[in-house]
Design a protein around this ligand. Structure first.
Ligand code: G6P
Ligand code: MN
Length: 440
């Protein structure tokens, strides 16, 4: 079997150990020749990299492994690039969440003004990364789950219209599918989903089992009766449990389809603002939780010289998904994933050049997405407003336009009021001086 070369961009991420574990788990079906971790932060990279050396000595001794801060080493002769960068780190995520909250507006990593701020930071680095990769590996598949995926995907669509080997994908649909699996006590790999929307803004309309029976009515019934929890509830922080619990409310109000959890911010902005603590946000929870846990555990493993009883490499959807996606492409498996792609009629009453999220068959020749036809007025209205926000954000970035940024935020359902939008925008501009283009 062919052995593949992979680079993980953002190798110093808290998600990397889980991803390394998925690579070990899949080594018989998806064997690697070479793996490189690449990060611009040498300290984080070293901890995760040294940890990886110990892990691989025990689980993948034949692997040619290296970690680096050198682009050429990172990108040369790669088959797959897994990209999970976070421009500005958790320090900037904290600002994305706290600044809007200080004006009484939703503060979230990818939704609302925080998502806009993060998007305007991510675009430049993503473009640079793809240009660098293409210099050294013109044919590599670039699997991207850098956030905010909707805005990143729209920017990349504009800059690299002919590059057919960039795939933007989010793990939340997989998390949801696994959670439905737990709810029904069924294997989620057997589900055949029908899904439409934008990234972090979509719905499952149907979920077929092997025999073609739609499981959505049953799932709705269970959630409405007993509530909803993530598949890995035992490992989740409280804020994630609260997020999943709100799916029940969303279904009570809008029972047509199963909503993506992120819709909570758009359906219930006032309620969510009241619930969010402006002084301790998800970024704080992550920095005090996963961040500490992962780095402490990696340091412990390095000291102990063995990863045998390591606690940070449990099963996680993040890592599994990206490895299984790569394998589905490499071996032309044609499995179904929910991916982000240009609309071109997939949702027939939404503009062609929208980057939409739908189910797709994924094989060697890339995704073959599945259309859903016409959608109802409520969903069309929501999507078009959010799409306008996303497009105007990307316009604002490329044109350096303050006005477009203000229009974008005003259209966002988490903001609405233009005076509020201006205040939040001005504060975000100040906080993102080092990262954003100048807006005039
Ligand atoms: C889900 C989303 C990702 C997001 C992540 C945040 O997996 O699909 O886009 O980055 O949640 O998780 P965190 O634990 O960092 O809040
Ligand atoms: Mn996501």
């Amino acid at each position: 079997m062919k052995k593949y070369n992979i680079v993980i961009v953002g190798g110093g991420s808290t998600w990397t150990p889980g991803l390394l574990q998925s690579l070990c788990k899949n080594k018989d079906v998806f064997p690697l020749k070479r793996l490189v971790l690449y990060d611009i932060n040498p300290e984080r990279q070293e901890v995760i990299g040294e940890f990886a050396k110990i892990l691989f000595k025990e689980k993948y001794p034949e692997l040619d492994f290296e970690y680096t801060t050198d682009k050429e080493v990172a990108y040369k002769d790669m088959d797959f690039v897994f990209c999970q960068i976070r421009t500005g780190g958790y320090e900037m995520r904290e600002k994305d969440e706290k600044i809007p909250l200080s004006f009484g507006v939703i503060g979230q990593e990818t939704c609302g003004p925080g998502g806009m701020a993060y998007g305007m930071r991510s675009i430049r680095d993503m473009i640079e990364m793809i240009n660098d990769v293409r210099k050294y590996s013109p044919d590599a598949w670039i699997l991207n789950y850098t956030n905010p995926a909707a805005i990143v995907a729209e920017a990349l669509r504009r800059v690299f219209p002919d590059d057919k080997k960039i795939l933007n994908i989010c793990d939340q649909p997989v998390n949801l599918l696994r959670s439905y699996g737990r709810l029904l006590d069924m294997d989620p790999n057997e589900f055949e989903p029908v899904y439409f929307g934008l990234n972090h803004f979509g719905w499952f309309t149907n979920l077929y089992d092997k025999d073609g029976n739609d499981l959505v009515p049953k799932i709705k019934e269970i959630i409405l009766e007993k509530g909803f929890a993530p598949v890995d509830a035992e490992q989740r922080d409280q804020s994630w449990l609260d997020t999943y619990a709100l799916v029940k409310d969303m279904l009570q109000d809008f029972p047509d389809y199963l909503p993506n959890t992120y819709l909570q911010y758009y359906y219930y902005p006032e309620y969510k603002v009241k619930k969010l603590n402006p002084n301790y946000t998800r970024a704080n929870e992550v920095m005090d939780g996963r961040e500490k846990r992962v780095f402490e555990e990696c340091r412990r493993v390095i000291k102990a010289g063995t990863a045998k009883d390591c606690s940070v490499i449990h099963n996680d959807a993040h890592g599994d998904m990206i490895v299984e996606v790569a394998e589905s492409i490499a071996h032309n498996r044609n499995r179904i994933y929910i991916i982000i792609t240009e609309n071109n009629g997939l949702i027939s009453n939404i503009q062609d050049d929208a980057m939409v999220e739908v189910a797709a068959i994924l094989g060697k020749n890339g995704p073959r997405p599945m259309g859903v036809g016409k959608i109802g007025t409520f969903y069309k209205g929501l999507i078009e407003q959010q799409l306008a926000y996303e497009k105007l954000t990307v316009d604002a970035y490329f044109e350096g336009s303050y006005e477009k940024a203000l229009q974008a935020l005003t259209l966002n359902r988490t903001v609405v009021d233009a005076k509020k939008a201006r205040k939040v925008l001005d504060a975000l501009i100040e906080a993102n001086k080092e990262y954003w283009p100048e807006l005039k």
